[in-house]
Write a protein that binds this ligand. Structure first.
Ligand code: SF4
Ligand code: SF4
Ligand code: SF4
Length: 243
């Protein structure tokens, strides 16, 4: 079998999505047996400029990152964005709502003028280069990662859910968080995590991003039914839905 060469790269992020891969334990051995891993800073010391599939974690927050990402895209036949930072900009995009100089000053203080701390508005990977597939979530779901890798090896297009978390939540017969007077982003957030947060007793905070055509009117009606307003919903969206 001609195994596809896979390389994993990271930009700005907490590396929690890569940690999810590391934590796959035995299953990662199965995956490694069907691909040839040629570069992965977090897991090996080898490097390579030849790969079929590039898996990219993290968002793009510095001008020099864009050039590196374009090189990766130029070498890879398939590029997969890994995790919310890569697919949507993630929590890093919160800085886009503020003046960048002010952000640098707050974070780095007297060192904020150092050249290697150059900073630009945060971009998701597909705001710089074309992306073939996205693995959503903060962090990603390990089962979904394994499914996407297996699909690509078999030459199949992975099917990523494009319906709301509420669908999975209802399937699991959870009591809706709105019944507890909480605000939950499940009605407008992409499913695929098996309604992880409501199943563990908390609201969905939207880490998988919005479904492509979210039913905003239905979400509005839910808010009204439970005596909430749209501003409450928008406040909750500030964590993962910044432009
Ligand atoms: S998506 Fe979340 S877990 Fe993954 S790298 Fe970004 S911040 Fe970390
Ligand atoms: S709003 Fe939240 S808690 Fe309620 S059904 Fe949807 S995902 Fe579940
Ligand atoms: S329930 Fe919402 S916040 Fe929790 S993992 Fe799923 S998409 Fe992310």
């Amino acid at each position: 079998m001609n195994k596809p060469k896979v390389a994993i790269f990271d930009f700005a992020g907490c590396e929690g999505c890569q940690l999810q891969i590391v934590n796959m334990e035995e299953e990662i051995l199965d995956l490694i047996s069907i691909v040839r891993l040629v570069e992965w800073r977090e897991g090996m010391s080898e490097q390579s400029e030849e790969y079929d599939v590039a898996i990219v974690e993290g968002s793009i927050t510095r001008p020099q990152d864009e050039e590196k990402l374009r090189q990766i895209r130029g070498r890879a036949k398939i590029l997969v964005a890994l995790g919310a930072c890569a697919t949507d900009g993630g929590v890093n995009k919160m800085k886009n709502r503020f003046d960048l100089q002010e952000v640098k000053q707050v974070v780095y203080g007297a060192d904020s003028a150092l050249p290697h701390l150059d900073s630009a508005p945060t971009k998701a990977v597909d705001e710089v280069v074309p992306v073939d597939y996205k693995i959503y979530g903060c962090p990603i779901d390990r089962r979904e990662f394994a499914y996407v890798v297996r699909s690509l090896v078999m030459g199949k297009r992975p099917e990523i859910p494009n319906y709301p978390v509420c669908v999975e939540c209802k399937r699991k017969e959870n009591v809706c968080r709105y019944e507890y007077q909480e605000i939950c982003l499940g009605p407008i957030t992409r499913a695929g995590c098996d309604a992880r947060c409501p199943s563990f007793g908390t609201w969905c905070f939207g880490c998988r991003g919005s479904v492509d055509e979210s039913n905003v009117q239905a979400a509005r009606e839910v808010m009204e039914r439970y005596g909430k307003n749209v501003e409450d919903l928008e406040d909750r969206m500030l964590l993962f839905s910044n432009k």
